[in-house]
Ligand binder design. Structure first.
Ligand SMILES: Cc1cc2nc3c(=O)[nH]c(=O)nc-3n(C[C@H](O)[C@H](O)[C@H](O)COP(=O)(O)OP(=O)(O)OC[C@H]3O[C@@H](n4cnc5c(N)ncnc54)[C@H](O)[C@@H]3O)c2cc1C
Length: 454
């Protein structure tokens, strides 16, 4: 049996840990990957989706041109954009694959690795042993049980970025989370008829109510929303795909050219047979990690989507740093999730950090500060209607507990708040720091000026 100092599952965040170690000539590493090299973010997640969102935003701006007395008619070539994004991802992924294959101290296994015993993994019928194991095996699309789905065929984010050749004329997107909305937004801007089918009463249910409603209000101009509807059955009819969905008023059907499933993420841990090595998982199959990113098995560390906590690339990167320090640097660094941010790149954007208002209320006496974009000079210039910044601080200490921003560049504006959440001064610094007039950031500062009893 071949023995390694490190076995790494996944070529995304695991590589953050392996890269700084691999210069050591004494080290021998096995890397196992069952998909394109580079991980989800590069090959079928953040990067290709944002490469689609940017041209979508250009189209959206052109749609709004009339409001600013500009006559702009434009037609996008969505197929060319898809091709360009897929080509880019493929080239980057192949580059990573080549460097993994050619590295003298790395053995690269392109297969689904399965634990067969303590620290022992089967790779294509061969067993390998690892002293330290990095379980960074990410997540995969969750496929809901809908009759006929396998017969009719469907896309997930994977096919979207690996093989979709044409922007479909019409599409049913099952799911109303951020992946559904970002990809739907792109398709709608490329001229596709997009139907979002969400069984919950509203889209983006994990976001603040006002924020998700503003997104739905704006995107309803370009997309059809079927909230409170559960897709129950799909079938083929005269070259089309028929999707049946059940709502309050019974069953309705729509005919579309394509179906995209975006109903959340599922773990890979069953296929990886993690329980054979004594790694504990929770009731949904996510790996249980402690505050040092240790699994229940000594020497086996986990980071990223596989623990099912905060499934974002920046979190996976952060957690991989903790693994690096604790597993290889002799440190005992605790993970700190007090200021985990995320952003949704739709129109408008939503960005949030830390606690929601509901959560903050349960744990603290709070002050809330809100300010609308349109009440600042730049917001007015942009005709940003009803978009806002909302901050929540602890009444006693003025420590920032959380924030939500919905509107243009929300993902950028929120960084100002995130950074403060890592300082001592927090809200105080926001008051004192001069803000450029009339830049968009004024809306953030004024939300703090506006703090009131919550
Ligand atoms: C469409 C989409 C858009 C997204 N956009 C954003 C965004 O804008 N910003 C953001 O922060 N996050 C975004 N994410 C989430 C982000 O991509 C993930 O949180 C992150 O990439 C996870 O990294 P990881 O290191 O956990 O897994 P990765 O290393 O990226 O993936 C693990 C790899 O291991 C493979 N694997 C699993 N089991 C095995 C096995 N047994 N043997 C071998 N290989 C195995 C998997 O197939 C996978 O390729 C997006 C996700 C999707 C789907």
């Amino acid at each position: 049996m071949k023995e390694y100092d490190i076995i790494a599952f996944g070529t995304g965040s695991a590589m953050n840990i392996v890269s700084p170690l691999i210069n050591n000539p004494k080290i021998k590493v096995a890397v196992i990957e069952n998909e394109k090299a580079g991980g989800i973010c590069l090959t079928r997640g953040c990067i290709p989706s944002k490469m689609l969102i940017y041209p979508a935003q250009i189209m959206y701006t052109l749609h709004r041109a009339k409001e600013f007395f500009i006559d702009a008619k434009a037609k996008a070539d969505g197929d060319a954009i898809l091709r360009y994004v897929q080509r880019h991802v493929d080239e980057e992924s192949k580059m990573i694959e080549r460097s993994l294959k050619s590295h003298p101290r790395i053995d690269y296994y392109q297969t689904t690795g399965k634990f067969v015993g303590d620290y022992t993994i089967d790779v294509n019928g061969k067993e390998i042993y690892g002293e330290t194991i990095l379980l960074c095996n990410g997540s995969k699309p969750f496929i809901p049980p809908i009759d006929g789905l396998d017969d009719v065929g469907y896309l997930t984010n994977r096919e979207f970025f690996y093989s979709l050749k044409h922007v479909p004329k019409s599409i049913a997107i099952i799911g109303g989370g951020y992946v559904a909305l970002e990809l739907g937004y792109f398709l709608a801007m490329m001229g596709s008829e997009v139907h979002i089918i969400e069984m919950l009463p509203e889209i983006l249910m994990t976001e603040e109510r006002d924020a998700r409603r503003l997104v739905q209000r704006e995107l309803s101009r370009f997309m059809h929303f079927h909230t409170g509807h559960r897709a129950t059955e799909v079938r083929k009819s005269r070259g089309k795909k028929v999707v049946a969905m059940e709502g309050e008023n019974g069953t309705t059907e729509i005919k579309v050219d394509e179906i995209l499933i975006a109903t959340g993420r599922a773990p890979w841990n069953r296929e990886t047979q993690v329980e054979k090595s004594g790694i504990r998982v929770d009731e949904r199959g996510w790996v249980i990690t402690d505050e040092y990113m240790r699994t229940s098995k000594e020497g086996i560390w986990a980071c990223g989507d596989t623990n099912g906590k905060h499934m974002f690339k920046h979190v996976a990167n952060y957690e991989s740093e903790i693994v690096f320090y604790n597993a290889f640097g002799g440190r005992n660094v605790r993970v700190n999730y007090h200021a985990v941010p995320h952003a949704i790149f739709t129109e408008p954007q939503i960005a949030a950090v830390g606690m929601s208002e509901e959560e903050a209320r349960k744990k603290h006496e709070i002050l809330i500060g809100e300010y609308k974009y349109e009440d600042t000079a730049m917001g007015l210039a942009m005709k940003a209607k009803d978009y806002y910044v909302k901050v929540i601080v602890d009444r006693e200490t003025y420590r920032i507990l959380g924030a939500t921003i919905v509107g243009p560049e929300a993902s950028v504006l929120i960084q100002e708040i995130i950074n403060l959440m890592y300082t001592r001064d927090q809200a105080g610094a926001m008051y004192r720091a001069m803000h450029i007039h009339p830049a968009m950031n004024e809306v953030v500062q004024r939300a703090f000026y506006n703090l009131r009893e919550g």
